[in-house]
Design a protein around this ligand. Sequence first.
Ligand code: ZN
Length: 399
Amino acid sequence: MCQVSKGAVPELASESNPDDKRPRYRLIKREGLAKRGEFTTIHGTIQTPVFMNVGTAAAIKGAVSTMDLQEIKTQVQLSNTYHLHVRPGDGLIKELGGLSAFMNWDKPILTDSGGFQVFSLAKLRKIKEEGVHFNSHIDGRKIFMGPEESMRIQSNLGSTIAMAFDECPSSVADKDYIKASVERTTRWLLRCKSEMARLNQEEDTLNKGQLLFAINQGGVYDDLRIEHAKEIATHDLDGYAIGGLAVGESHEEMYRVLEAVVPHLPIDKPTYLMGVGTPVNLLEGVERGVDFFDCVYPSRNGRHGHLYTNQGKLNLYNKIFEKDTAPIEAGCDCPACLHYSRAYIRHLLKAKEMLGMRLCVLHNLYFYNTMMEEIRAALEAGDFAGYKERKLAGFCERG
Ligand SMILES: [Zn+2]
């Protein structure tokens, strides 16, 4: 199944020097295009491939605390710049010591640039070369956000990894529009990079080692995607994301774009597929060379009683679980499965008890984090292809 890498494989990094605190990506092992790596940051080392758990407004929806996250093997928490800028305000978070102190989370945090929310949530937006004018979706107040503003907000939040400010054009936009948009996104990237460099030198900056990832765009047009990937690869960012996917195109189109783009991104930097996806999408993404993923699916589906298992998804609202004393998944060591039955959690959901949602979200995130752990072990053992095949066969069992 796995394809052979088109690019030259770089030398594996030498043993790490404990005095060397610079961020670095170490490629530990490859199988086809799939990468097993580790990324060292000032907030700790991230083992990849990794699934980042999405805490939109500095919390994972479903009453999940940062203590819970330690228990369910979360490595990186993602927070949304736009949401935190609108409420409670990045200035306030900076005053309170940054996101790490605010949330009491001492592991890595990735903040998005705000771009995706500006383009998907905000009303009455106007895109100009300097940035985007829009109205807050909370109270309608006028806000301007450009590359420099996004960097300043993320610097105030003090996240480990900041994302460059990009435009996310509609996937159905015509090619001429997307081409012009991608060119603007490149100009915005250079502005982000210089603003981030300036901010990291400032006396009162919370995280002077804040990292910056670039974002590849280009819709479903392989030629625009590849041209953009080659361009951003020359600018020596800390990591490279692929954005603008999982927004309505088919899974096959998404996989095709990944196959086209990933070989043109630096192999010695982490690759991040934004906003993706299902467990199957993660397996397919890893096979195509992706290191970082994030998605709201496990938490959102959990809140609706839709649970991931190794035999496929189950809907706990289904009446067949009314008297089922088994855990959500036998053998799962998550806090829900260790202590409670399907029947009890189903009752909580139907009674709209918050604990029901919470247990389901914990199970789903634990399922994702555990699957990534298994993927890393399979890559180390040189058995990712076999692992993927067995996993996909299992997902089909429940139909
Ligand atoms: Zn479980």
